[in-house]
Design a protein around this ligand. Structure first.
Ligand SMILES: [Zn+2]
Length: 133
């Protein structure tokens, strides 16, 4: 059989197997399958795969799964209570290392935003109020 006829036939094997081809097209495929062993084998594999898929079943969902999902959805859909930062701070206690780290961070932030005058190069940064150069 010619390569083109085999290619055409194999493109139509799924429709042929499902009975969705016209009578004339189906007869042409049947004639080709009688004459071509390679396409006959491909059609057999296709039919076997189709049977396998048809017999496969999805496993049943565990009992109570649907109810648990619906319950969780209802619980998460409820509005969250407002966060009380005063209550959160009331119980907060800093350890010595945390306090030292916080103080260091505050010093760093302060020097970044307000600058350390002795480390500034002359003429850099803000100019003197009302000054002209
Ligand atoms: Zn063929």
């Amino acid at each position: 059989m010619s390569y083109f006829r085999c290619w055409s036939a194999r493109n139509l094997l799924d429709l042929h197997g499902d009975g969705r081809l016209s009578a004339a097209a189906s007869e042409r495929i049947d004639a080709h399958l009688e004459a071509c062993a390679a396409c006959r084998e491909a059609a057999g594999e296709f039919d076997a795969l189709k049977g396998l898929l048809r017999s496969a079943k999805a496993p049943p969902a565990p009992r109570g799964l649907e109810a648990a999902i619906l319950k969780a959805l209802r619980e998460h859909a409820a509005p969250a209570p407002a966060w009380d930062w005063r209550a959160a701070l009331r119980g907060a206690r800093l350890g010595p290392a945390q306090a030292a780290a916080l103080a260091g961070l505050l010093l760093l932030a302060g020097s970044h935003f307000f600058g350390v005058p002795s480390q500034r190069a002359p003429g850099a940064g803000m100019s003197a109020p009302g000054g002209r150069r």
